[in-house]
Write a protein that binds this ligand. Sequence first.
Ligand code: PSU
Ligand code: MN
Length: 309
Amino acid sequence: MNMSKYLDIAPEVREALDAGKPVVALESTIISHGMPYPQNVETALKVESIIRENGAVPATIAVLGGRLKAGLSPEEIDYLGKTGTGIAKASRRDLPVLVAQGRDGATTVTTTMIIAHMAGISVFATGGIGGVHRGAETTMDISADLEELAHTPVMVVCAGAKSILDLGLTLEYLETHGVPVIGYGTEELPAFYTRKSGFRVDYRVDSPEELAKIFYVKQDCGLGGGMLVTNPIPEEYSMDANVIGKAIDEAVAEAKAKGIHGKETTPFLLAKIKDLTGGDSLDSNIQLVFNNARLAARTAAELSKLARD
Ligand code: PSU
Ligand code: MN
């Protein structure tokens, strides 16, 4: 894919990539649509510093003025956070429109993977991924994130998925599309706010070295496509499963009653859960992103060693 004429790589990111140093991509939908201002901006900046502390260079990804950006300035991050939902949520189908019309877009897991891959970045840290929604057997609401994981060679480090999704169907979809789902230090798929979901993952891995090796081999032997690392929220920040379960059920019921659909579904559910659980869920959300940033930075460092050898 040659879209480099549309892509701007920040100088620090470009230097790191040229030198074979570790780089970690970060998404911007979580900034504009996932958290309130100013916590969104504070979190995004702190995530970048955690990645640096763990030996990698952060590359927050977005579309600004129709340019695909890998690596943002603190001012650009502040703009994305302050403007919030005024920035379009950009999935794969939105990219050509935003670029052609010189518009801004907050990148989801899907478009962050696309732009990271164009830039030559292989590791990406986020909070939660999109997946197969509850009721998808009639709505057909399946996040484009899953299709991207099937095809685009980027490792996504997340805290599992929220049970706004049908986690069982999400795992089935990933299995069909050949995406390895790895539990970091666990045999169970984490459910974002909680460490457990009741669903097993394909493999448990206990070190960044092993994660890097699996991803490296996947690409080296020509399989291509992505890989999903699910990293449970640290125990001390995890939420009560009943409290969060109730809030999610209520949010899903309200979305259904209001006829919410398409790209609005996920932001609606996330906002509703935040309202219902107050500051608690936001706090957990922030901490699990930090935790994923640490693991992604260490894994990117291991991957760059393998690529050099
Ligand atoms: N799930 C979360 N937090 C998020 C998202 C999902 O727990 O912020 C965001 C991510 O950017 C993800 C997108 O890629 O929502 C998925 O949206 P959809 O379900 O419309 O594909
Ligand atoms: Mn959807």
